[in-house]
Write a protein that binds this ligand. Structure first.
Ligand SMILES: Cc1ncc(COP(=O)(O)O)c(C=O)c1O
Length: 451
């Protein structure tokens, strides 16, 4: 169904797409033919002059909107001074200042220490290395449907789609996956439990630690505070406290992968702060520098200070221009009020989507915190059968109506706007979504399904 939709493509866009098809890797997953010319805040324009509302922010990256003037100025100022100097071998002011800022906003009571990388996957890769190095243990616990990146260490824990892993085996050994505490689609029975997250943690302790992996050999549990690519899933309230307790009792490190949930997206600096526990290590990237490539590993000082010189490093990590962009981003998010806006406008969007549910039989569940929002589309409320093709068509119809959206997991649509998106623009986007979904529901014949 999804591939049958024919978009009107402008002449210039058509030409670029043709050129792209000859030289750019076919592994990319372009769902619709948007060829960007420029952007400002939450609006973007294509090369043929069409304007779109951006609910994707380049996969949750442009936290402060496109080309925020303060970020652009910081980039220009730093580029005038110097562009690169290898933070592994030399010192420079912006790297130190960014380390101080990240340590300040880190969700630890203990002093934090920072390693700067280039991307999310590199941050995760380094966090896994740090956990093994510090604990001298080999095993890692991960979660089904998680996404942590595509390099060989993080890919071994990534499990959101087989297409991401197929053809690359063998994976890094030492990873065991357990279900993520998704209360809408529990994989384990709930016998005797009120909170599915506690059920999952007991499964780890009572089954996995008794039968497959001795806890004394586990270095870390790597977990997304809210699951991103896997479907924008919010864990149950009991999950993180139980997991933290299990880790503490067994000397296991808790790594929060905040690449997608961090930097204010959930209305707090870090996603895990919504659940009242502290991680031992966290990873950040995406929104950290408003679009400049940067990743970070932030760890308790007592853990990261064990890394001896030479045990981990890189060439481009902590690039000075990226650091300058990150410093401007952090100021705008915090003192600039963008995190507060994400909380407020995000809640408004969540409420509006909930209100839409009675009008849309395919809306199975609306979930999220702040501006981390997902809607699962289903064929039937009793079976909860995923409506994958309907979801894909909503993305296409939204594009035709002037809005960029992306899916997550099999059948979830995600809203990940810039954290400074205004309420008016959010309402414009919600209206487009409402109409696009209505159109797809009629085409798929689901409008008559009773709830
Ligand atoms: C939670 C999480 N971790 C890691 C990554 C990998 O980040 P990158 O694509 O920058 O390597 C992603 C990317 O989507 C992510 O969502």
């Amino acid at each position: 169904m999804t591939n049958e939709i024919k978009h009107h493509i402008g002449e210039k866009a058509q030409q670029y797409i043709q050129r792209d098809s000859k030289v750019i890797s076919p592994s990319y997953t372009r769902d619709y033919p948007f060829v960007m010319s420029h952007g400002k805040g939450s609006e973007v324009w294509d090369v043929d002059g069409n304007r779109y509302l951006d609910m994707t922010t380049g996969i949750a990256v442009n936290a402060t909107g496109h080309s925020h003037p303060r970020v652009v100025q910081a980039i220009k100022d730093q580029a005038d001074k110097f562009i690169h100097m290898a933070g592994t071998d030399f010192y420079y002011q912006v790297q130190i200042e960014l380390g101080e800022k990240l340590a300040e906003i880190a969700p630890f009571k203990e002093q934090a220490r920072v390693f700067l990388a280039n991307s999310g996957t590199e941050a995760v890769e380094g966090a896994l290395k740090l956990a093994r190095y510090y604990t001298k243990r080999p095993q890692i616990i991960g979660f089904l449907r998680s996404f942590h990146g595509r390099t060989m260490g993080s890919l071994a824990v990534t499990s959101s789609k087989t297409v991401q892993r197929g053809g690359y085996f063998p994976m890094m050994p030492g990873v065991t996956h357990i279900p993520y505490p998704d209360p809408y689609r529990p994989l384990l029975n709930m016998d005797g439990y009120d909170d599915y997250g506690e059920r999952v943690v007991d499964y780890l302790e009572q089954v996995i630690f008794q039968t497959i992996v001795p806890p004394g050999e586990v270095a870390a549990v790597l977990v997304e505070p809210l699951q991103g690519e896997g479907g924008y899933v919010v864990p149950t309230p009991g999950f993180f406290p139980a997991l933290r307790d299990l880790c503490d009792r067994n000397g296991i490190l808790l790594i929060a992968d905040e690449v997608q949930t961090g930097m204010g997206r959930t209305g707090k600096w870090w996603g895990i702060e919504n659940f009242g526990v502290e991680p031992d290590i966290l990873t950040s990237a995406k929104g950290i520098a408003s679009g400049m490539p940067l990743g970070a590993i932030i760890a308790r000082d007592s853990i990261m200070r064990e890394w001896e010189p030479g045990s981990h490093g890189n060439t481009f990590g902590g690039n000075p221009i990226s650091c300058a962009a990150a410093l401007a981003t952090i100021e705008l998010l915090g003192e600039g009020g963008m995190i507060a806006n994400a909380r407020e406008v995000g809640q408004h969007m969540l409420d509006a989507l909930e209100e839409m549910m009675p009008r849309h039989p395919s809306m199975g569940v609306v979930r999220g915190i702040g501006m981390f929002i997902g809607v699962e589309l289903i064929k039937d409320h009793e079976t909860k059968e995923p409506a994958k093709y309907l979801r894909n068509d909503v993305v296409h119809h939204a594009f035709d109506r002037g809005m960029l959206m992306l899916g997550a997991g099999t059948n979830t649509l995600r809203f990940m706007p810039a954290l400074n998106m205004t309420k008016d623009m959010a309402d414009e986007g919600l209206k487009i979504f409402d109409d696009a979904l209505h159109q797809a529901e009629i085409e798929h014949g689901v409008s008559m399904i009773a709830k």
